[in-house]
Ligand binder design. Structure first.
Ligand code: ADP
Ligand code: MG
Length: 257
């Protein structure tokens, strides 16, 4: 579904991404791991159109999308989970989902974000979809709470809910488990698995929690120093000496074993 072809990007003298190539197969939950500073988040920002690479290409369903802005990619069903803008914390969970019109992806969504006071949609269709998403994510009981009052894990579920309102097909998740308690982590991994199995979502996710990776991801891509060290199943990754060494060089994240 996504092909990353020899992508490089430097910040000043730092080669954050350096000749990185791999594919994300349609229907997979592909894990992206690697020590801090390996270039994972930068690569995600390149795929999501937030950053332009110095060289290399990104293909989405066979088409070159390199450098296309996020709203274009969004329109095609390729989304990076949204950081919920701060103002949205003063709106309820339901209102946050209502802002994302299900059948009007792309520019309209972004327009609605910037003019949300005027474009609150009340159509029955949208409300039905919102209820379905709340139910799917077990957020119905907090539907009328302010988004800002949600726990970290519930905010991540709301992020997933926003992708569901857009009928996304390919979702990039950067550390969905970070700062989330165990119970909600279970809810998030369940939601990811169900979106994959029942709705056909393809995921690529960055995560430091190896239990989450082992639980959800196949295959797993290991990045180190801007490029791909290896790609394989969890068992293959665990047995790989080069992976061990890459992590040991960064004791702060040496949790791969
Ligand atoms: P990861 O997500 O794997 O931890 P990053 O993609 O965040 O790695 O970072 C890769 C490298 O690029 C690091 O050395 C980081 O310090 C550097 N880097 C990332 N973003 C920027 C930026 N906006 N400006 C300068 N350097 C950056
Ligand atoms: Mg990162």
């Amino acid at each position: 579904m996504i092909r990353i072809e020899d992508v490089s990007l430097s910040f000043g003298g730092i080669r954050a991404v350096d000749g990185c190539s791999f594919d994300v197969e349609e229907g997979s939950i592909t894990g992206l791991i690697g020590p801090n500073g390996a270039g994972k988040s930068t690569l995600f920002n390149i795929v999501a159109g937030v950053l332009k690479p110095d060289s290399g290409r990104i293909l989405f369903e066979g088409e070159d999308i390199t450098g296309q802005p996020p709203h274009r990619l969004f329109h095609r069903g390729l989304v990076r989970t949204f950081q919920i803008p701060h103002e949205f914390y003063r709106m309820t969970v339901r209102e946050n989902l209502m802002l994302v019109p299900p059948h009007q992806r792309g520019e309209n969504l972004f327009a609605s974000w910037f003019q949300w006071g005027q474009v609150r949609r009340q159509d029955a269709e949208v409300l039905d979809k919102v209820d379905e998403v709340l139910d799917f994510l077990n957020l119905s009981h907090v539907a009328d709470n302010l988004a800002g009052a949600l726990s970290g894990g519930q905010k991540k579920l709301l992020d997933l809910g926003r992708t569901m309102m857009t009928d996304a097909r390919m979702v990039l998740l950067d550390e969905p488990g970070a700062g989330v308690n165990r119970t909600l982590l279970g809810a998030i991994t369940t939601a990811i698995r169900r979106l994959n199995e029942e709705r056909g979502y393809t995921f690529c996710l960055i995560e430091h929690d190896m239990d989450v990776i082992a639980d959800l991801c196949d295959p797993i891509v290991v990045m180190a120093q801007g490029s791909v060290l290896t790609k394989g199943t969890m068992a293959e990754i665990r047995a790989n000496e080069a992976v061990r060494e890459a992590y040991l060089g960064h004791a702060d994240t040496a949790d791969a074993s």
